[in-house]
Ligand binder design. Structure first.
Ligand code: SAM
Length: 274
């Protein structure tokens, strides 16, 4: 297995600084988050509470005028966004107009005047829609397709930040982020999990060993800030990584090897599998 390339110190510092600022912002944001999401039920496929709090604490101080969401399903994240950002306009995109989730989402979003629901493929719609200062949340498409969409949007310099959901530890797309996008901050960071996994369940979180960056937690949200990287370069690198991953996947199938599965919460992934 390939070893993880070392990220240079100055790039590591960029992530450390972003994380430190997020953690201090989170302390301020927690009471508002709890108040605004109080009593909300949770639907299957919905983004976890600790991950939506990660989103909120990352961008609350930006006071975004508009949030674009891709992948609505039963509108868990949409509803949470509508509650957390009552002054913002939330535009929610969904590609599957014939899903039974549509009626559930419509019913749940009744009474959310700041939400506009649209149908269509975000790969086409988001690049047309995005404007300066928007914050974007991508929860469908997934994996490399989601990352490429994020980098396309960020390359053009408009969004303040793009979040990508489902970057779980051990997945090929996550491996790319860890190797090649040093400024990205992730919601399975041990410090974040230690403080905020209690939003998801009452299960006690055993302290992570110092510098244990290999412990999985949930589907995992990644935050990519506008201007933090050369996103045109990241887009090219991501396309190359996707091609290599497709080739590996083909070999794996030919050899009847098992598919990579998402690790359980708090499971440690050996560094040589990352
Ligand atoms: C995991 S679900 C979203 C869950 C939702 N964010 C929540 O928290 O309840 C993913 C959704 O993304 C949609 N999707 C997948 N690819 C898409 C695309 N290219 N454009 C828009 N929506 C897409 C799927 O149809 C599915 O409903």
């Amino acid at each position: 297995m390939a070893r993880r390339p070392q990220i240079p110190n100055h790039q590591m510092n960029a992530r450390t600084a972003r994380l430190a600022s997020l953690l201090s912002q989170a302390e301020i944001c927690l009471p508002i988050y709890l108040e605004r999401t109080q009593g909300l039920s949770h639907e299957p496929k919905g983004i976890r509470r600790s991950e939506m709090f990660f989103f909120y604490a990352s961008v609350a101080d930006l006071k975004p005028a508009r949030i674009l969401e891709s992948g609505r399903a039963r509108a868990q994240s949409t509803l949470v966004l509508a509650r957390l950002f009552p002054q913002a306009s939330i535009v929610s995109l969904e590609s599957d107009a014939s899903s039974p989730d549509v009626a559930i989402a419509t019913e749940r979003l009744r009474g959310c005047p700041n939400v506009e629901c649209r149908f269509g493929d975000s790969l086409l719609l988001l690049p047309e829609l995005v404007a300066a200062g928007d914050v974007v949340l991508i929860d469908g498409p997934k994996d490399f397709r989601a990352l490429k969409l994020a980098f396309r949007l960020l390359r053009d310099g408009k969004p303040a930040a793009v979040f990508v959901h489902d970057l779980w530890l051990g997945s090929p797309a996550r491996g790319f982020v860890d190797r090649s996008v040093p400024s990205a901050v992730l919601s399975d960071d041990p410090e974040w999990v230690q403080r905020y996994a209690s939003l998801d369940s009452s299960r006690r979180v055993a302290p992570a060993a110092p510098n244990d960056l290999h412990r999985a937690y949930g589907a995992t949200m990644g935050c990519f800030r506008g201007g933090d990287e050369n996103y045109a370069r990241r887009l090219l690198q991501c396309s190359a990584a996707q091609l290599i991953d497709r080739a590996r996947e083909t070999v794996r199938r030919i050899r009847h090897r098992p598919a990579i599965v998402r690790p359980k919460d708090f499971e440690s992934v050996p560094p040589d599998e990352l």
